[in-house]
Design a protein around this ligand. Structure first.
Ligand SMILES: NC(=O)c1ccc[n+]([C@@H]2O[C@H](COP(=O)([O-])OP(=O)(O)OC[C@H]3O[C@@H](n4cnc5c(N)ncnc54)[C@H](O)[C@@H]3O)[C@@H](O)[C@H]2O)c1
Ligand SMILES: O=P(O)(O)OC[C@@H](O)[C@@H](O)[C@H](O)[C@H](O)CO
Length: 482
């Protein structure tokens, strides 16, 4: 079978208009899809230059396919089930700053580039104290600072040569956070007042919120997919049809990225907060709540979980009875959004693996679920038992066993060490359960405060741990909640 490359596909040449930090599944199935639509449907004519944020990544593989890849969209569109294979040819180059730092800084001189996009996961927008202007820098904001500084120098501080910078990380007010770290590096590296003024005046950092379910590469069905495509593509990415990008934006962005001339679902708004809260707490919150419970129940995908008579009821009650009541938006609107989310979870064409959502589960619980748990406790004076049950299930999930099967738990080193030690010390006793729960609830790097101080939480977790460990997830769920 032929491999996808510029030999098999006639690639259009385009000037670089976008510099993109990140080559992962999400960006390729979301922003790059929008850029492709702009190229196909309007006179945008803009290419993407990729920057690989980590030393290891996909750009060599992408280069071996001349940056071409297939994006398969599956789901309901205008009421009809639709599956589309789209060939994306909008990426024009890629650079690894760790092996070609000069090439990386060279992007600063590309005059046509006016937009910077990123998705470096929730860990990416971080201050790295060891980084200096001498590259390659470790952190994404530090790399960006160096690039912006090179731009400033290349164009003599021309105020017309700044960028619109739109981070897509699922971090609250991601643009503000990124700007703050970049400004800090600029100050600490003593890049000068002229640069700092240019940074502030010529560049715009936009807060944004993204929403599209992207299960990614269909590893388990890939031969079947290649047969259907008629060529071999190592970078197929699958996503749902639904898309939403909310951008807090000045008018200039509409000119630079005229997505409103396509049918992409992009909202340019003054305040993205309500959209973010609704999405992160309901959609991502439901995912994170669901994962350990459904997985330990023996279920592998989101769809199976929401359609399961017991687990489906559990998650629905968690959303409608414990998450929605804590949100400060009209109830009707929230319930309608939740209904749409549940339909998206039931998407018959998408196989979204619970294990892939489980990545970094502890910090996801902290940002996506804990605010609902705390809000519920504050408002009702009682604990939301389904959200608490999920936290107990997560503690068992991190033991790394589903029956005889090993669960490949994926999280930060300190979390893996925490659980490794806690489970090694566990002796099966009631006191052992309490010690384990207290250790996890008190793990400062994840939570903002010691969660054992939340009234009743430790006791309820210990009770649920006992049920799950002694009776198994199926019985525990029945006994605790139904
Ligand atoms: N997959 C989805 O359904 C989906 C939907 C909406 C949002 N997201 C968000 O997108 C993020 C990426 O998801 P994905 O599916 O593209 O994952 P992926 O594993 O395919 O890509 C991850 C990308 O992040 C970079 N990265 C990882 N850790 C980093 C770090 N510490 N510093 C800098 N860069 C780092 C990698 O180099 C890579 O480019 C997720 O964290 C999630 O918050 C994903
Ligand atoms: O991508 P993650 O790992 O941050 O979170 C897993 C899912 O909750 C997430 O990918 C959602 O599917 C997505 O946020 C929908 O827009």
């Amino acid at each position: 079978m032929e491999k996808l490359s510029a030999k098999t596909y006639d690639k259009t040449e385009r000037p670089v208009k976008i510099i993109q930090f990140g080559e992962g599944n999400f960006l390729r199935a979301f922003t790059d899809w929008m850029v492709q639509k702009l190229n196909d449907e309007t006179d945008f004519n803009g290419g993407i230059a990729l920057v690989q944020p980590l030393p290891a990544g996909l750009i060599d593989l992408l280069a071996s396919q001349d940056f071409l890849y297939t994006h398969t969209l599956k789901g309901i569109k205008n009421g009809e089930p639709v599956k589309e294979h789209l060939l994306n040819d909008s990426i024009v180059s890629a650079v690894n700053p760790y092996t070609d730092y000069e090439g990386y800084l060279g992007l600063a001189e590309v005059e046509t580039a006016r937009i910077i996009l990123s998705n470096t996961t929730e860990s990416g927008i971080a201050y790295e104290p060891e980084d200096t202007l001498e590259g390659p820098q470790k952190g994404f904001p530090a790399k960006l600072t160096a690039l912006l500084h090179a731009r400033f120098k290349a164009f003599g501080g021309d105020p017309e040569k700044g960028f619109a910078i739109i981070p897509c990380e699922l971090i609250d007010r991601n643009g503000d956070k990124l700007r703050a770290v970049v400004e800090r590096h600029a100050r600490e590296w003593e890049l000068g007042e002229g640069f700092q003024a240019w940074l502030a005046e010529a560049n715009t950092f936009c807060n944004s919120l993204v929403d599209r379910i992207v299960p990614g590469y269909p590893r388990d069905r890939i031969r079947e997919v290649w047969e259907e495509l008629g060529y071999e593509d190592q970078l197929v990415v699958e996503s749902e049809q639904f898309n939403l990008w909310v951008i807090e934006s000045p008018a200039v962005l509409k000119e630079l990225l005229p997505v409103d001339r396509t049918d992409c679902n992009v909202l340019f708004v003054e305040d993205m907060t309500p959209y973010r809260t609704r999405k992160v707490r309901i959609l991502n919150g439901a995912h994170t709540t669901l994962v350990p419970v459904a997985y330990l129940y023996g279920i592998d995908t989101v769809k199976e979980a929401v359609e399961h008579p017991v687990v489906g009821k559990y998650i629905s009650q968690a959303v409608y009875e414990e998450i929605i009541p804590t949100l400060d938006l009209p109830k009707e609107e929230l319930e309608s959004f939740a209904g749409e989310v549940m339909d998206r979870f039931r998407n018959p064409f998408i196989s979204h693996q619970l294990r892939s959502i489980s990545l970094n589960g502890m910090s996801k619980y902290n940002t996506r679920v804990l605010p609902s748990l705390e809000g519920y406790l504050r408002e009702k004076g009682a604990l939301p038992k389904r959200l608490v049950f999920s936290l107990a299930a997560m503690m068992v999930f991190y033991r790394g066993l589903r029956g005889e099967e090993t669960i490949p738990v994926n999280d930060a080193e300190d979390i893996l060490e925490l659980y490794g030690k806690a489970w090694a010390a566990f002796d099966g006793s009631a006191e052992g359960r309490r010690t384990l729960a207290r250790t996890v609830l008190g793990h400062a790097p994840v939570w903002t405060s010691d969660l054992s101080s939340l009234p009743g939480l430790l006791d309820l977790i210990v009770e649920y741990l006992g049920l799950i460990l002694d009776k198994g997830m199926e019985e525990a769920l029945k006994e605790a909640l139904l």
